[in-house]
Design a protein around this ligand. Structure first.
Ligand SMILES: O=C(O)CCC(=O)C(=O)O
Length: 271
């Protein structure tokens, strides 16, 4: 699917009604290949950032958090703080995303998280049903705009996202991130769930109130994805009062000059 050239009122209505909108193949094949290469280089320690939060899946299935690349492996399940990487920052600043954030947020925009999510081959771990909001996120405003981008084909077999279209309209169902079993039964009946398969390079706009989960990867190929959650740059951490990296507006980071990330911004694992 060709990328949207502009985000118009019909897109807005569909997004608010369904809680998601396919933005099309925002990444060209070359841009996609460059991001795939960059994330592998980060996982393998060929490109290093000191203040970057990573989560690796150990052989026994446990998740270990590391600050900076401690182990060279393609088995990382999550990497945060990617806005300090010029290639990912340039992608976060894609003009279409700027248009969308202008509409929902305004001129001064930060990212709560700019995050790589990986399902390495045969990873049996599931991500349970949740919304991307709530007290558990530890910030003083709930964002609504996330762009999720497939870096590999995301299929049912590789553990694509599953969603309940329209579930954003419930508002915040649970402040604690993951839904308990009784809420899962109430809000995610099987007939309401769809598999959100996506082609590598395709971006999907997600409302942060949308219920989503993802399943295991039963194939021999990785299912890599990148997602960025945008919000008003005035948004602060409730605990530390800190604001977040600015990607649009007067103080926006610039891919030509971005140079690491201050230690105090990575002191805590959020969301
Ligand atoms: O990429 C995935 O599998 C899910 C991502 C997710 O749940 C999230 O971004 O909150």
């Amino acid at each position: 699917m060709q990328a949207l050239s502009t985000f118009d009122d019909a897109h807005h209505e569909q997004f608010m009604d369904q809680g998601y909108l396919r933005l099309g193949n925002v990444l060209s094949p070359d841009e996609l290949a460059a991001l795939q290469q960059r994330i592998d280089d980060i996982m393998l320690g060929r490109v290093r950032y000191e203040h970057m939060r990573l989560q690796v899946v150990e052989e026994d299935g446990q998740v270990r958090r590391t600050m900076g690349n401690e182990v060279q492996t393609l088995a990382y399940r999550r990497i945060d703080d990617l806005e300090q990487d010029p290639l990912f920052l340039a992608y976060i600043q894609t003009p279409l995303f700027h248009q969308i954030t202008r509409r929902y947020i305004g001129e001064e925009v930060s990212v709560f998280r700019s995050m790589f999510m990986n399902k390495p081959p045969e990873l049996q771990r599931e991500l349970p049903w949740h919304q991307d909001v709530g007290v558990g996120w530890g910030i003083d405003t709930n964002p609504i705009v996330t762009v999720w981008t497939a870096l590999d084909d995301a299929t049912t077999a590789t553990g694509c996202m599953q969603i309940v279209p329209g579930s954003n309209q419930h508002g915040i169902i649970n402040e604690r991130h993951f839904l308990p079993a009784e809420q899962e039964a109430q809000y995610t009946p099987p007939e309401a769930v769809i598999d959100l398969e996506a082609e590598a390079g395709e971006a999907i706009l997600l409302h942060n109130f949308l219920l989503h989960r993802s399943g295991p990867n039963s194939t021999a190929s990785a299912r890599r994805a990148f997602s960025a959650t945008y919000m008003d740059s005035k948004t602060r951490s409730r605990e530390t009062g800190q604001t977040f990296p600015v990607v649009f507006g007067t103080q926006a980071l610039d891919p030509a000059t971005v140079d690491g990330k201050p230690a105090e911004l990575v002191a805590k694992f959020h969301g």
